[in-house]
Design a protein around this ligand. Structure first.
Ligand code: NI
Length: 257
């Protein structure tokens, strides 16, 4: 079964057909989905989705572009939501110096506080990092040692991926790996062990080829698994099977639990 470790079905782009689309998942082999939180407003929608669909789990956190909306009250609410049964991670949290919507100090401050909250709750973290390679690595080393984490939509060098793998973290691979110009990500996938890779869509964003630019959904994950299989010269089944095991370990959703 395919495990989508990062999706945003709370996004308004799914308002027209969310029910119909999610109704197809299990018959199409998509067995588990973790819907990642990004804004404070997304949290309640995510909780509701996890209650409506047995295969849906969620995470709560605030994306670096949105940390200006956080305050002590909302941070406390986040802590309460983390105690819900189907909320399995803190995320997505991190640093984004590409869009640069919030000051770097504020981004770092809330990134660290959300990491500390995850440690307190003994939960894994979903990391968003764009054009902030060195600062993200520094903060992870200083504040997330021994914790479970996925570096979602990984976009840095193979060398840095190996360093994250050594720290015990997972590398999230999505639609970008199918793009012709994604040489660096393809090299990363080739160099790191399959045991450290998890599949993700980040839908509605980042649809794989041949749907690049269109609305993405978990139904496109087979294209990503196929590309990883080709790069690593193994079967698609092996990719699906191992990445499911990895994702279950990441989110503490091992079979029999
Ligand atoms: Ni995302």
């Amino acid at each position: 079964m395919i495990f989508d470790t990062h999706a945003h079905y709370d996004d308004e782009q799914f308002d027209i057909d969310r029910e119909e689309l999610l109704g197809k998942m299990e018959t199409e082999g998509i067995g588990m989905i973790v819907n990642a939180g990004s804004t404070i407003e997304s949290w309640d929608r995510i909780k509701k989705l996890t209650e409506e669909y047995s295969f849906m789990y969620g995470s709560v956190g605030v994306h670096p572009d949105e940390v200006g909306t956080l305050n002590e009250q909302s941070f406390q609410r986040m802590g309460e939501l983390l105690d819900c049964e189907k909320i399995v991670a803190v995320g997505e949290i991190g640093l984004d110096y590409y869009w640069d919507k919030e000051g770097h100090d504020l981004q770092r401050q809330w990134f660290i506080r959300q990491l500390e909250l995850a440690r307190e709750k003994n939960m894994p973290v979903i990391i968003h990092s764009r054009e902030a390679a060195a600062d993200t690595m520094d903060i992870m080393k200083q504040y997330a040692g021994g914790m479970k984490a996925v570096i979602h939509c990984y976009s840095y060098s193979p060398e840095m991926a190996r360093e994250y793998v050594k720290m015990g973290y997972y590398i999230g691979v999505g639609g970008v790996v199918t793009f012709k110009n994604a040489r660096r990500l393809k090299d990363t996938v080739k160099e790191i062990p399959l045991e450290s890779i998890v599949l993700e869509t980040d839908c509605p964003y980042l649809a794989p080829e041949p749907f690049r630019g269109k609305r993405n959904s978990s139904l496109n994950l087979p294209y990503i698994a196929k590309e990883i299989a080709e790069i690593k010269e193994i079967s698609c089944e092996k990719v699906v099977q191992q990445t499911e095991i990895n994702a279950r370990k990441l989110y503490n959703l091992e079979k029999g639990d």
